[in-house]
Write a protein that binds this ligand. Structure first.
Ligand code: MGD
Ligand code: MGD
Ligand code: SF4
Ligand code: MO
Length: 696
């Protein structure tokens, strides 16, 4: 069949998954936004420039294997896959199944995420699989599951936001991270909680500017005011929730003046925030990575959910709580079994019934499935150590840049016997690999993605991939067969994988069994859960809005969580007197592996920088535009000084998109949330000084 000239598909980057029309024209591939509900004809600069990535000059086009002289040299696929499979067998024979680990990504399609989990648990038989979503959504997932019995980023369509009167954004900067979403936030009054006056805070009716790592105290304080000032919805609390008293016992000791002392947010601003939310007819509380990427991220999200519950928002038409998921398939990526403790359908790997269901589908014995493995940071931290893995396969991540404590993690990666990376562009991690496998990218493949509202979308193929690139599904198939698996267990056609995934998910929390490629093809808006009701004439319509009739716990009630504030793992002191926090800029995506190769984006954001208050800079002897060295107890990074008068004087901000000695993660630490295992990307104690004196 000839390739189509135009396809309706979605942007390759973030969880908004803006709808686009891609066309192949003589001058190359062009993109136009479509009138899809999330982006309503809008795209951000990354979306507009995405086609450039398809034929970037340094696109990976051949499998590469490191030769005796230490250079990566092109080889054919059989040589590359034979080598990988041979090494994996040798390492597992000598050191056991768990000596091989797998690291996935929230950018992978549902089909890839599913097959990767199956490959790890069956073909490799390893428990050691986790993915970069652990760095992204795990705290909100832990809190959401505990509160509502179910974790779907937004339990309602994005378009509901536009009808709200007030939206509170805790640690999210969508004006840069999901620009077209701002169309839906134009009408509601915004309350933004962010230590920086971000582009989103600029548009807010109210900006609360706490010290990094103090959101939980603030959330407890807002709950305190809601109760004391009589704003709570007592009927809702009585009828639809449990656990209020225990949560209130802890919020009781967070009176407004104390909260002001800990967070720096004025009492009057706290009161205004609560009044705005409580007086609104329709209101939403949303969290982003700013509130979540902490060693108490899951408790912090629980604190904001407590506030939303006290005001009676979740599960009410037009109001609610949600988390803004991050990566393109950040939602689906967490449902199909690439997370250390999960099986497909958002099932727990420790649950005997779930193991039985999945094992039967996969044609293996339930007791042959491994148990839960290590979380992302712990998996990387253990590489090459006693009991840790000695070989690692990476699909869809660039941990040499994006993992916390990156200097240490880079060392762990280099201690491996075998590092295999599948990617379509060179990255800081492929550069360290023993074998690099060149794969297809978005416009060259079919599949499904699940956006931030839990809606399943079709990624469509526009053109043939470069001749030697293979899809991730083909790579997994090729490796599995070489490891002695029957080929039919690892289908390479996305539709076939999706059909198996549907059956795997049937009866699970994230039930996709009623969703088919044909239904998606006809343009139906299908949000999970969408069970197969066996009625072809009136199939299940999917679930755009969750919790309207009850929450997903057996008693139908939401749970308040008894959470209390605690300090960040590391506080500023004499040696390291400032808070550093990290995050994103509009023109770069994540580790930058994709966007740093696009000229327009590089012009807009060419290098790392540090936002710092002029007084703080002055004390450190730093001029605007000078190079600064920013050091923590872990290491040091280099960034261009940017004086910003609205910064807190105790805090600096760095983006994490840049490589080598500009990696912000050289300073971040290894503290993890005890429940979600989320690293504390958003707080480190640092010292800043001029780099000019010492040179680079
Ligand atoms: N341009 C661009 N867009 C992206 C991405 C990208 O890399 N680039 N990545 C995508 C992904 S995977 C994700 S997860 C999302 C993330 O989207 P966001 O959550 O919006 O992104 P961040 O910039 O990490 O963090 C948001 C804000 O948190 C603030 N912050 C820092 N520390 C704290 C704190 O202690 N408390 C509070 N309340 N706020 C704090 C930062 O100043 C920042 O403005 O973006 C997605 N979209
Ligand atoms: N300091 C600090 N660090 C952070 C964060 C922060 O806020 N601050 N945020 C964290 C968050 S939220 C996230 S999500 C992570 C993200 O960080 P990473 O996991 O490093 O994410 P990407 O840079 O998107 O890396 C994806 C890689 O996979 C490739 N890729 C994309 N699609 C596919 C595919 O389909 N198949 C294969 N095989 N490869 C593919 C891309 O080319 C790229 O090289 O960073 C985390 N790190
Ligand atoms: S907002 Fe996200 S999905 Fe939309 S164009 Fe930008 S990067 Fe792509
Ligand atoms: Mo993310």
């Amino acid at each position: 069949m000839p390739e189509p000239k135009t396809v309706a598909t979605h942007c390759p980057y973030c969880a908004l998954q803006c709808g686009t029309r891609l066309s192949r024209e003589r001058a190359g591939v062009t993109v136009r936004p479509s009138d899809f509900p999330v982006n309503k004809g809008g795209l951000c600069q990354k979306g507009w420039t995405a086609p450039t990535l398809l034929d970037t000059p340094d696109r990976l086009r051949h499998p590469l294997v490191r030769d005796a002289g230490g250079r990566l040299v092109p080889v054919d696929w059989d040589t590359a896959l034979d080598k990988v499979a041979g090494e994996l067998r040798r390492i597992q024979a000598a050191h056991g199944r768990d000596s091989v680990a797998v690291f996935g990504g929230g950018g992978l399609t549902n089909e890839k995420a599913y097959l990767l989990g199956k490959f790890a648990r069956v073909a490799l038989g390893t428990s050691q699989i986790d993915y970069n979503g652990r760095f992204c959504m795990s705290s909100a997932a832990a809190a959401g599951n505990a509160a509502f019995g179910l974790d779907r980023g937004l339990p309602f369509p994005v378009t509901d936001l536009g009808a709200a009167d007030v939206v509170l954004l805790a640690g999210a900067n969508p004006a840069e991270t999901m620009p077209p979403l701002m169309q839906h936030l134009a009408h509601p009054e915004l309350i933004v909680i962010d230590p920086r006056r971000s582009a989103t805070a600029e548009r807010a009716a109210l900006h609360l500017q706490p010290a990094p790592g103090t959101d939980l105290a603030l959330a407890l304080g807002l709950l305190h005011i809601a109760v004391v000032d009589g704003w709570t919805d007592t009927d809702y609390i009585r009828g639809r929730t449990t656990g209020f008293d225990a949560a209130w016992q802890l919020a009781l000791s967070w009176w407004p003046e104390r909260v002001e002392r800990v967070t720096g947010v004025a009492v009057s601003a706290q009161r205004t925030a609560v009044r705005m939310l409580a007086e609104a007819e329709r209101a939403h509380v949303l969290t982003g990575r700013g509130a979540e990427q902490h060693s108490k991220g899951s408790d912090t999200v629980a604190g904001f959910i407590n506030l939303a519950l006290a005001l009676g928002l979740p599960g009410r038409e037009g109001s609610g709580y949600g988390c803004l998921t991050g990566q393109g398939n950040g939602q689906g990526g967490r449902e199909h079994g690439q997370k250390a403790d999960q099986l497909p359908g958002y099932r727990m790997i420790t649950d005997p019934g779930s193991r039985e269901h999945i094992a039967r589908l996969w044609g293996v014995a339930a007791d042959s499935l491994p148990g839960p493995g290590r979380s992302a940071y712990e998996l990387l931290d253990a590489l090459g150590t006693e009991g840790g893995a000695r070989a690692l396969l990476v699909f869809g991540s660039n941990p040499a840049v994006s993992a916390p404590n990156a200097g240490h993690i880079t060392e762990r990666l280099s201690s491996l016997d075998l590092l295999v990376v599948a990617d379509f562009v060179p990255s800081e991690t492929t550069r360290m690999a023993d074998v690099v496998l060149p794969v297809t990218q978005w416009a060259e493949e079919d599949g499904t993605m699940t956006n931030l509202e839990g809606r399943i979308l079709r990624r469509r193929r526009l053109q043939v991939p470069p001749s030697h690139a293979r899809s991730d599904l083909e790579v997994l198939h090729g490796l599995a067969v070489r490891l002695g698996e029957p080929g039919h267990r690892y289908p390479t056609a996305p539709r076939e994988v999706f059909d198996e995934l549907r059956r795997a998910s049937a009866g699970g929390k994230a039930d996709y069994s009623g969703i088919t490629y044909d239904r998606l093809e006809s343009g139906e808006a299908l949000h999970w859960p969408c069970p197969d009701n066996q009625n072809p004439d009136a199939p299940h319509p999917g679930t755009p809005r969750l919790f309207l009739d009850g929450f997903a716990h057996p008693d139908g009630r939401a749970r308040f969580a008894a959470v209390d504030h605690r300090d960040a793992a590391e506080l500023p002191g004499t040696a390291f007197p400032l808070h550093a926090t990290t995050g994103r800029v509009l023109a770069q995506y994540q580790s930058g592996a994709q966007t740093r190769r696009i000229a327009e984006l590089n012009e807009a954001a060419p290098e790392s920088f540090m936002e710092i208050h002029p007084d703080t800079a002055d004390r450190a002897g730093l001029r605007d535009g000078a190079l600064a060295r920013v050091s923590s107890a872990r290491g040091e990074t280099v960034a261009r000084v940017r004086l910003v008068g609205t910064m807190r004087t105790d805090t600096v901000f760095l983006p994490f998109h840049f490589p080598d000695d500009e990696r912000a993660n050289l300073i971040t630490g290894d503290a993890l949330d005890p429940r979600s295992r989320m690293p504390e990307f958003k707080v480190s104690a640092v010292r800043v000084r001029s780099a000019d004196e010492v040179g680079r």
